[in-house]
Design a protein around this ligand. Structure first.
Ligand SMILES: NC(=O)c1ccc[n+]([C@@H]2O[C@H](COP(=O)([O-])OP(=O)(O)OC[C@H]3O[C@@H](n4cnc5c(N)ncnc54)[C@H](O)[C@@H]3O)[C@@H](O)[C@H]2O)c1
Length: 495
């Protein structure tokens, strides 16, 4: 059970601002503190820049940027929050000093988490009067979108506080990865840093520039990494022989001088190569512009993974279900699982935030998606679902459709799809769906589907029993709009 509702952010740079944005989008209160003179303005700008992405992901009830307070008084922050997320610069002496101070100021039940990229909590908790509540919650940039949060306790951190942290990070939509043992660099940064060292060697030795190295990730392994880690990817790389075959084939290459691992000397010349290379890649774009593009791409990748419920897609799917549930709306997952037994309203769903376009309404593509799911629900209902397709090698192919858009469809609306069969013969099913919300018909579609043998690709007759299943769903009087088509707009004809 998560008891953390008010968050303190200490250090409001790239990571602190990301934490603040994520907490606000989840309907929490945030109090922030940073010693830099222009910190509040920069923080609010960064949150504003992140907000459109958070809106696309779906805001929790009560989410409001006005719930951010910036204070110049660290005591006020420490006394008013349930958890402090320290995101100060990566420097052990500084972290020891800050954690001691936070530990002295905050009541003992307040959790104190550090965003450190690799410093050990045992090294900065010891001087606090209550070291058992200090731990690491290591996020990834952008914190407001990427779900991974590595949770690492120190020698003195209590199990109870580790579990509280896991519950909190899960409640704000993250994937809490609790480390088995405290280890410098945690898990992801050990991997990232190995890559970074090799990246520097290749560029330092003149084999490639920064863009070549980025291309070497984006067009290949990077795409795979969104849904499977290195180990699973290499399992498949071993073909049917799997991991054992992979080791047999590539194990010996570990002896070859492919990688150096020890970082090269950070000369001015090497740093210039990175600065000049990435400036060229940036092609005049501002950092904020690149951040927004990155956010849109990350959302698109996570939404694609959501369809298959893998990796980050599963995390955002579960969190979005919690968001819809907490808003008192119909739960999408439950709706899909508990379809009514009656022929009408075979399918229900909520309009997801990412289905809404620049006009603030559901975009056309998602009408097709929702109607498509309703069609599948009809086929399932008529006994022509997955098992039927696998066994009979037959399926229904849509050959024609006509959508009418009648009213605006808004984010979060509960859509109920009424399905009516209009006609059936040996090879064809003619049917329509009515998309309704609160009893109002928002859109309709009329479809013709042909029964096809999926091996030959030719239309084939359904059995009488199969036809009867659709006939049983026929309505006596088709709606007046059935059979309508778009009338040509031709001024000459009109006159
Ligand atoms: N940037 C990343 O990609 C990333 C990813 C994960 C974790 N981290 C970790 O997050 C932490 C913050 O990194 P960042 O990238 O946001 O750095 P940053 O430089 O963007 O921000 C650091 C902020 O800390 C403030 N600050 C300075 N002295 C302070 C003090 N004594 N107490 C509190 N705040 C102070 C600065 O004014 C600044 O606003 C580091 O520990 C870093 O390792 C960074």
């Amino acid at each position: 059970m998560n008891d953390i509702k008010k968050i303190g952010i200490v250090g409001t740079g790239v990571i602190g601002a990301g934490w603040a944005a994520r907490a606000l989008a989840n309907g929490l209160d945030v109090v922030a503190w940073d010693p830099a003179p222009d910190a509040e303005e920069a923080l609010r700008i960064n949150i504003d820049n992140a907000w459109p992405a958070l809106v696309k992901m779906g805001l929790f009830d009560g989410a409001d940027r006005d719930r951010l307070t910036f204070t110049s008084d660290l005591v006020t922050l420490c006394r008013s929050v349930d958890l402090i997320q320290e995101s100060a610069p990566e420097n052990l002496e500084l972290k020891i000093k800050i954690h001691k101070e936070l530990g002295e100021l905050a009541p003992k039940e307040v959790l104190i988490a550090s965003s450190t990229s690799g410093l050990l909590p045992s090294d900065f908790q010891a001087e606090s009067p209550h070291p058992e509540r200090h731990l690491v919650g290591h996020p990834f940039n952008p914190v407001y979108l990427l779900p991974l949060c590595e949770i690492c306790g120190g020698k003195l951190t209590s199990d109870e506080n580790m579990n509280r942290a896991v519950e909190y990070y899960r409640a704000i939509g993250m994937y809490p990865l609790k480390l088995k043992k405290e280890v410098a660099g945690f898990l992801s940064d050990r991997l990232q840093e190995a890559l970074w060292r090799e990246n520097m060697h290749v560029i330092n030795d003149g084999y490639a520039d920064t863009k070549n190295m980025d291309d070497a990730i984006c067009y290949g392994p990077g795409l795979r990494w969104a849904m499977m880690g290195t180990n699973e990817a290499f399992l498949l790389a071993g073909g049917d022989g799997g991991m054992r075959h992979f080791f047999k084939q590539f194990g010996p290459t570990l002896e070859l001088p492919w990688t150096k691992l020890k970082a090269p000397e950070l000369t001015d010349d090497l740093i210039d190569k990175f600065v000049e290379g990435t400036d060229k890649q940036r092609a005049g774009r501002s950092i904020k512009e690149m951040e927004r593009l990155r956010d849109d791409c990350l959302i698109a990748i996570m939404q694609a993974l959501r369809t298959y419920k893998v990796g980050a897609g599963q995390t955002i799917d579960e969190h979005d279900s919690r968001r819809i549930e907490s808003a008192g709306n119909f739960d999408l997952v439950q709706a899909e699982a508990h379809l009514p037994a009656t022929p009408s309203a075979l399918y229900q769903c909520n309009v997801r935030p990412d289905w809404v376009d620049y006009n603030g309404h559901m975009s056309e593509a998602y009408y097709v998606l929702v109607f498509g799911h309703a069609t599948d629900a009809l086929y399932d209902h008529a006994g022509m679902g997955e098992d039927y397709r696998a066994q009979s090698k037959c399926s229904l192919y849509t050959v024609e459709s006509h959508i009418r858009f009648l009213h605006e469809v808004n984010e979060g609306a509960l859509l109920e799809l009424d399905t009516q069969v209009l006609g059936v013969d040996a090879k064809r099913v003619h049917f329509c769906h009515l998309m309704k919300s609160d009893g109002i018909v928002l859109a309709t579609t009329e479809l013709m589907a042909v029964h096809v043998n999926t091996v030959s690709g030719r239309s084939v007759p359904m059995t009488d029993t199969e036809q009867v299943r659709y006939r049983n769903l026929m309505i006596p009087d088709p709606p007046a709009w059935v059979g309508r088509s778009i009338q040509t707009v031709n001024p000459e004809k009109a006159s």
